[in-house]
Design a binder for this molecule. Sequence first.
Ligand SMILES: Cc1cc2nc3c(=O)[nH]c(=O)nc-3n(C[C@H](O)[C@H](O)[C@H](O)COP(=O)(O)O)c2cc1C
Length: 250
Amino acid sequence: MKLILFFLLLISSSLQIDESKALIIYFSRAGENYSVGTVDKGNTEIIVDYLTKVTKIKSFKINPETEYPTSYSETLEIATKEKNSNSRPNIKNPLTSISDYDVILLGYPIWHTNLPNIVKNQLELLNFEGKTIYPFNTHEGSGTGNSINDIKNSAPKADVKNGFPLKGQYARTNASREDINEWLNNVLQLDIDVPSDATDETDATDATDATDETDENIEVISNNNNNSNNNKSYIKGFSVLLLLSCIFIF
Ligand SMILES: Cc1cc2nc3c(=O)[nH]c(=O)nc-3n(C[C@H](O)[C@H](O)[C@H](O)COP(=O)(O)O)c2cc1C
């Protein structure tokens, strides 16, 4: 009985990922793009803004040393060259360590049905031993494409989970928030319950207002989602209840 209660307690407290031990690493390109016109913020970054708004997870953006052109066709040309030569485009201030984190949420667009080479470059600079990667991506028809295999090749020591693909144009709509919430709830066990109209693109953009002093490359965006906190306190409450039962019974 004591053992069962102990395990119940253990399971209830280990259902969720620890947000302080998770980091979003992402790449996203603003400018002219397929089906969205010319945008100030990339589709993947719109998702990241939402994720950092409804969770306490920090984010790191992979910035190219040489920016990709605003023109879609010129970017396509460069990306084709990168793919054919299997090059690793330079990153401005790449992330050098993920030792503070157990879980990485990896966000990226699909390029030529693959993971953009610049993302491969960032992954290959990091030690993924004992780390779990939850990939999410935007696309315009390819789904996850071959990107999950690319991630596994670039981070062979990581435990790479299934991908979460969203159409780029859809990622920019409030309707996509429900899908994102479902991913957060069902895959990451984060208990997010935000109405789909709780935020929009403009809100998400405005949320990027605080920067972590310990690492200038990692943004900290405060969690202003009360529902999320409420749900988490239920789980904590359940754990405490179990603990008290243990003490009471024995
Ligand atoms: C160079 C390039 C290559 C692309 N290749 C594909 C592709 O093979 N399959 C696909 O579904 N979408 C492709 N797309 C569309 C992007 O995946 C999609 O627009 C994505 O949402 C862009 O994300 P971002 O705005 O965060 O950069 C490509 C876009 C670019 C710029």
